[in-house]
Design a binder for this molecule. Structure first.
Ligand SMILES: NC(=O)C1=CN([C@@H]2O[C@H](COP(=O)(O)OP(=O)(O)OC[C@H]3O[C@@H](n4cnc5c(N)ncnc54)[C@H](OP(=O)(O)O)[C@@H]3O)[C@@H](O)[C@H]2O)C=CC1
Ligand SMILES: CC(C)CCC[C@@H](C)[C@H]1CC[C@H]2C3=C(CC[C@]12C)[C@@]1(C)CCC(=O)[C@@H](C)[C@@H]1CC3
Length: 334
């Protein structure tokens, strides 16, 4: 039976590279590209079809940052498919990033330099805003929209007698100290990206606890530092052009500088070919590239508190009720 695979944020960067790799791995795949911009989705589909002429590629309009769009997309999916084998939750944003140049230079001459290049700890802040649902945009896009999608797709993800898999594109930038259980949307801080990725790590653990018995397994990965639209948005493009040779040089010494989307998608691809029983729910799977350019995947234990992940899960369920109520009231008003 052909596998049904859905990828969010599939039209560029790591998501698109993943699609390419999955089609090479399994030509029988039924691949669904879930994107917020249909022109970009069409272009991605055409690009994939040039190297995989007979591939079965569907498109779906999905803006994960919008409650209404997630609910509509889920309805459409339930009409189209009777199960989903792999759900890759890859769409993500880091709006208005600011690099702390002083911390960067200080870090360059410290013993922490390798960790700084791997995680950007203490280097990055972002300016977040409220979206039209009244949610913080980074939280809504990177975490909550995906959570709502999972909840809506439960009938396709837990069909009974079969296992399904969820894979989150998280980050080594996910940090416990950037997250507050009192402020899960990160309304009051300057590191919404780090907070949202830490929340996705915790949610994955909670999902495993609640859903493994129904055949649903969740994992998180970090793609390493990859040059994509997201990273190009961090610094002016002339600066990236200038430092690109340095980046490739650093790559010889740090395996976390995967740099290309193909390399960054390594752990996402690796998980596709693993059995669910062999997965560790507490591990983050890292895409790594050696100095000689060899790709490999390595698990690393996550710094997560079981109890806190359970509280987060309950808070997300509560928020789900609130947004659903708001949504149905909105529909009645129309
Ligand atoms: N690049 C890196 O070094 C790292 C990236 N990551 C994570 O990898 C993931 C992929 O990012 P990357 O490939 O780097 O960057 P890209 O910007 O190339 O890809 C992000 C994708 O997400 C889509 N997207 C953003 N917002 C939404 C939305 N509201 N609804 C639907 N789709 C949306 C984008 O669509 P559109 O084209 O329309 O904007 C795009 O397809 C992200 O989750 C990111 O946090 C993690 C660690 C490191
Ligand atoms: C002199 C140096 C070559 C200049 C580069 C400095 C920074 C702009 C980068 C250093 C570490 C990088 C990094 C990321 C972005 C660019 C840096 C801050 C990420 C935060 C991108 C998104 C992620 O999720 C992380 C895993 C990356 C970690 C490292």
């Amino acid at each position: 039976m052909e596998k049904v695979v859905l990828v969010t944020g599939a039209n560029s960067g790591i998501g698109l590279a993943l699609c390419e790799r999955l089609l090479t791995e399994d030509s029988q795949l039924l691949l669904c590209l879930a994107c917020r911009n249909m022109k970009r989705a069409e272009d991605a589909r055409s690009a994939l079809l040039t190297s995989h002429i007979n591939a079965h590629i569907d498109l779906l309009h999905l803006d994960v940052g919008s409650v209404q769009s997630v609910l509509a997309a889920a309805q459409e999916l339930k009409a189209r498919y009777n199960r989903i084998d792999f759900l890759y939750l890859n769409a993500g944003i880091m709006p208005n990033p600011q690099v702390d140049v002083k911390a960067l230079f200080k870090g360059l001459f410290s013993r922490n330099v390798i960790n700084m290049f791997a995680t950007a700890e203490g280097l990055l802040t972002q300016q977040d805003r409220l979206n039209s649902d009244g949610l913080q945009e980074v939280f809504a896009t990177n975490l909550f929209g995906h959570f709502l999608l999972i909840r809506e797709l439960e009938p396709l993800l837990c069909p009974g007698g079969q296992t399904s898999r969820i894979v989150w594109t998280s980050s080594s930038n996910a940090r416990r100290s950037a997250f507050s259980i009192e402020d899960i949307q990160h309304r009051n801080g300057m590191e919404p990206y780090s907070s949202s990725k830490y929340a996705s790590d915790m949610l994955s653990l909670a999902l495993n606890r609640h859903k493994n018995s129904q055949g649903l397994f969740s994992s998180v990965i970090c793609p390493g530092l990859v040059m994509t639209n997201l990273t190009y948005g961090i610094l002016p493009s002339f600066f990236w052009t200038l430092i690109m040779p340095i980046m490739w040089l650093i790559r010889i010494f740090t395996n976390t500088f995967t740099l290309t989307p193909y390399n960054g998608a390594e752990a996402l691809h690796w998980l596709f070919v693993q059995n669910s029983e062999s997965l560790d729910p507490r591990a983050k799977y890292h895409s790594l590239t050696s100095g000689l350019g060899k790709n490999y995947t390595q698990p690393q234990q996550m710094d997560i508190d079981e109890q806190m992940s359970e509280i987060l899960y309950s808070k997300l369920l509560e928020l789900e009720k609130v947004v659903r109520k708001k949504q149905s009231e909105g529909n009645v008003d129309k």
